[in-house]
Each structure stands twice: as C-alpha cells, then as structure tokens.
Design a protein around this ligand. Structure first.
Ligand code: 2BA
Length: 109
C-alpha cells in the first residue's frame, strides 16, 4: 500500500476530492501553507493499493492546473528596510507536488 501526499492549490482541491470520492478512493484534506509564498494551499492524504497509484496520479494531473502567481520577494523574508519596495516576480505554482510513501501497515480499528 502507498500513501500519496499531494500538495495542491486551494482552487483545485474540491474538484479533486470529488473525483477521488467518485472513483472510491479515500482521502483526507488538510489545510496547509506553502513555505515560499506563505499562502494557503491544500494537502491531501490518499491511501491507495500499489496498483491504484497510477490512476490516482492521473486524476491529480488531469485536475490540478499550473497557475502563474505574482509574489513580492520581500513577502518571503523578514522585512528589514521599510522604504525598499521591490517589484513583484512571477512564479509558476502547481499543478501538484506529490510524494509517494510506502505504507508499513494500515488498520482501521
Ligand atoms: P510554496 O512553497 O508556497 O511555493 C509556491 C511556488 O513558488 C512553487 O510552486 C515554486 O514555483 C515557487 N518556489 C518555491 N520555492 C522557491 C524558491 N526558493 N525560489 C523561487 N521560487 C520558489 P510549486 O513547486 O508547484 O510548489 C507548490 C507548493 O508545494 C509549495 O508552496 C509547497 O507548499 C509545496 N512544496 C513544493 N515543494 C515541496 C517540497 N520539496 N517539500 C514540501 N512541500 C513542497
């Protein structure tokens, strides 16, 4: 069994959850915050059988879109010089950041 940890954008999270539920996959939604942008995103924990991994990844790929986001460089570090206003830079976020972990045991008690 595998545990898929998928960090997705909030805009895609509900659609992704619905698609997973429709296909009978179990998932848990956690509210998370990206370390770089310091903005909300969503982390899904999805437990799957080994042979379901590719289908789940395909669903995530289909639903989670890449988006461009403007970020002020100073928003990611401590502000030290208040008069310096840097121009925002564009970063590409998503579709999804996916970690796959081998599950040692899985029980529902
Ligand atoms: P954030 O950390 O807020 O990052 C948002 C986007 O900012 C990233 O999109 C990437 O395009 C850009 N970015 C991140 N760190 C950067 C840096 N040091 N310099 C320049 N640009 C940078 P994604 O790569 O699609 O990541 C989306 C979210 O996935 C991340 O939000 C974070 O919550 C999670 N994530 C990404 N890589 C991770 C990792 N290795 N471990 C844990 N979570 C990760």
């Amino acid at each position: 069994m595998k545990l898929i940890i998928a960090v997705v954008q909030d805009q895609d999270a509900n659609k992704l959850l619905s698609a997973l539920m429709e296909k009978g996959y179990g998932a848990t939604k956690l509210a998370s915050t990206g370390g770089f942008l310091r903005q909300g995103n969503t982390t899904l924990l999805i437990g799957t059988k080994d042979d379901e991994l590719s289908e789940v990844t395909a669903i995530i790929k289909e639903i989670c879109h890449t988006r461009k986001q403007l970020v002020s460089p100073m928003a990611t570090v401590e502000r030290t010089v208040s008069s310096y206003i840097p121009s925002p830079v564009e970063v590409e976020v998503g579709g999804a950041t996916i970690f796959v972990v081998q599950v040692e045991s899985f029980e529902k008690i």
